[in-house]
Ligand binder design. Structure first.
Ligand SMILES: Cc1ncc(COP(=O)(O)O)c(C=O)c1O
Length: 377
């Protein structure tokens, strides 16, 4: 007899794989018996949360017997001030992935076609498949970017949604304003475009990066998060901006008390702490330059990124796995990209100075053997 869970789920869920997150620090410490661990696997903020956010969250602990404000009035107010919006254009959720789940639940049905690229954020693939949508993926361009021409050509009558991660994870690349405008010319009004800007804060300084706040397309939903530059992955707060008609329909499927009370307070605190955000961006630029140079020096051909991570080629799945395992033995956690269909690449998140030093030293230790095993000069 088939197991009960398997018989209960619809066919489209049967072969769906569970999302694999970056290995937690505790787990590596336990398994390897190590005390010094540098987690460079989940694109988190290495400077930690803003002290101001911590103060706000700590203050909220005495209110934990109360439900949070289901309209998150204060947090929405802060976002409205920052981006010059109305509360009716904002949706909040348990991370930006939580909002993606609402989008899937509200707008997608089994058999709907969802268009995106290969080698992008796996969390989205899983959510689209979890509601029975058919994912139609086109390859990235040869320089690892979303291919807007191929996307435009692939739109059919069945297309219901288009997902673009800009910048993209795991490649760190972006589509330009011109490319976004080009694509939008081909997108019918009834197709929703999910513009995932999880790494927006790192990218906003690039002149040709399309800040979606400058656009007012009624069928675009912009998703952003407190998990990356704001250093608050642990509290799970994300936000989306869109036309009020889309937002009010999304609100119908939203769980009423997300984000939770501590999440609302932390996110609001983080928005006020511009110095912390600036320190984060400054650290990132320094670590990016050092890491890129290090990888080039060791002949790895890193992909140019405007985010807080760098992906580089190892050349084979065996080489990626070897590098991942051997860095793990040294207490450095990176991310092999097999699940992203880039098995011959790995991704390293940019940590703080000490963490990157740990990574450089560990790499230098393992590279002689790596070069010998994988035939590199
Ligand atoms: C492109 C992209 N979108 C969304 C997310 C999820 O972010 P959140 O923590 O807000 O759910 C991630 C996390 O790694 C990501 O890389």
């Amino acid at each position: 007899m088939e197991k009960l869970g398997r018989t209960l789920v619809p066919d489209y869920l049967k072969d769906l794989k569970v999302y694999q997150a970056g290995k937690p620090i505790d787990e590596v410490a336990r398994e390897k018996g190590l005390t010094k661990i540098s987690k460079l696997a989940s694109n988190e903020n290495p400077l930690g949360p803003s002290p101001y956010a911590i103060k706000e969250m700590t203050g909220g602990l005495w209110e934990l017997h109360r439900y949070p404000d289901m309209h998150a009035y204060q947090l929405k107010k802060s976002l409205c001030e920052l981006y010059n919006l109305k509360p009716g254009n904002i949706i909040l959720g348990n991370g930006s992935e939580g909002i993606m789940a609402y989008i899937a639940r509200a707008f997608l049905q089994p058999g709907d076609e969802v268009l995106t690229c290969d080698n992008t954020f796996i969390g989205f693939y899983i959510l689209a498949r979890s509601v029975g949508a058919n994912l139609k993926k086109v390859p990235l361009t040869s320089d690892y970017r979303f291919d807007v021409e191929a996307l435009a050509e692939s739109i059919t009558e069945k297309t219901k949604a288009i997902y673009i991660a800009n910048p993209n994870n795991p490649t760190g690349t972006y589509i330009t304003k011109k490319e976004f405008d080009y694509l939008m010319k081909y997108v019918p009004d009834h197709v929703i475009v999910l513009l995932d800007e999880a790494y927006f804060e790192f990218a906003q300084h690039c002149d040709d990066y399309p800040d979606s706040m400058d656009y007012r397309y009624d069928n675009v939903i912009t998703l952003r998060t407190f998990s990356k530059a704001y250093g608050l992955s642990g509290i799970r707060v994300g936000y989306g901006f869109a036309h009020d008609d889309l937002i009010s329909n999304l609100s119908k499927v939203k769980l009423p008390f997300e984000p939770n009370l501590i999440g609302q307070l932390g996110a609001r605190g983080a928005l006020k702490d511009t110095p912390h955000l600036n320190r984060t961006l400054k650290n990132n630029v320094k670590r990016y330059n050092e890491t890129f140079e290090f990888l080039e020096k060791h002949n790895f051909k890193p992909i140019k990124s405007i985010t807080n991570f760098i992906t580089y080629k190892t050349g084979s799945i065996e080489a990626s796995e070897w590098m991942y395992e051997n860095l793990l033995n040294e207490g450095v956690i990176i991310r092999p990209l097999k699940a992203n269909e880039m098995p011959d690449y790995v991704r390293v998140s940019l940590g703080n100075k000490e963490e990157m030093q740990h990574y450089f030293e560990a790499m230098e230790k393992i590279l002689p053997k790596y070069n010998e095993l994988f035939g590199r000069a």
